[in-house]
Design a protein around this ligand. Structure first.
Ligand code: PGA
Length: 251
């Protein structure tokens, strides 16, 4: 059965980020009081930067991440952790270096895995997610082409963590940060749509005019592989947190 994700429109990206940080903070504290872990699925890109700044602020006010386990959605293939554009670097500089999470609880796909062990590596990443009891809350962004993680247009719904080719729109959008599209890796490791749909709750953040058209498309009833974000219509507890610009084309 399919149902549209709920959507919440906030006055600004800062307000949307604060709301999600507060939801995450509540989850983490509630689990801590029960003596349990909270398992977070995390995203990279410009959109969640404010969310991470807000989580760091909550940590400075006393929120502990010592019971938190994280799994990142994806990583470029063929670059190491030390590459300036690696998602490993991004996550550490925006979040992990500033909170008290245990290093062994951080999971980010390793883009430097050798080609002959990739399949095993992807399977073991997926098994690690399952062995924690599954993701409680998955944070997503959305590409202008409707991708979630690196599940690009054409992505099938039944894939778990796997290797994928980047779409031309994704490569174009990453070109600036890599100093030209010829430097953007052509492949990535990504959680699959199936992995994302297994999270107990999914919150997708989208901000700015450039996302208005794809947000409208993704929130139109009907699932299509051409817009992977429409697969969230198969999830029973997913929400879009939008600013007014990204929501501009919604009724
Ligand atoms: P952005 O990327 O946050 O940099 O817009 C989002 C995405 O591609 O998922």
């Amino acid at each position: 059965m399919s149902q549209l994700p709920t959507h919440h429109v906030f006055p600004s990206p800062a307000d949307a980020s604060e709301a999600l940080a507060s939801e995450i903070g509540d989850l983490v504290s509630r689990r801590a009081s029960e003596g349990r872990h909270a398992v977070l699925g995390l995203a990279t890109g410009s959109t969640p930067i404010r969310l991470y700044a807000e989580l760091v602020r909550l940590h400075r006010q006393g929120l502990s991440f010592s019971n938190v386990i994280t799994f990142n959605l994806d990583e470029y293939l063929g670059i190491g952790r030390d590459h300036p554009e690696s998602y490993w670097k991004f996550m550490h500089s925006h979040l992990f270096d500033h909170i008290d999470i245990s290093r062994e609880n951080i999971h980010i796909p390793d883009g430097s895995i050798s080609p002959d062990s990739l399949e095993d590596y992807c399977d073991s990443y997926e098994r690690k997610i399952t062995s924690t009891g599954g993701i409680d809350l998955q944070v997503l962004g959305i590409g202008r082409n409707g991708h979630i993680g690196f599940n690009e247009p054409g992505a099938l719904p039944d894939l778990t963590t796997h290797v994928t080719e980047l779409n031309p729109v994704t490569i174009r959008d990453a070109a600036n940060s890599f100093g030209g599209s010829e430097n953007v890796p052509s492949r990535a490791i990504t959680m699959g749509v199936k992995t994302i749909l297994e999270a107990r709750r999914v919150v997708l953040l989208a901000f700015g005019h450039a996302k208005a058209e794809i947000v409208q498309r993704a929130l139109t009833p009907g699932i299509t592989t051409e817009v992977p974000a429409t697969y969230l219509q198969l999830h029973g507890d997913s929400a879009y947190f939008l600013d007014e610009e990204a929501a501009a084309r919604l009724d």
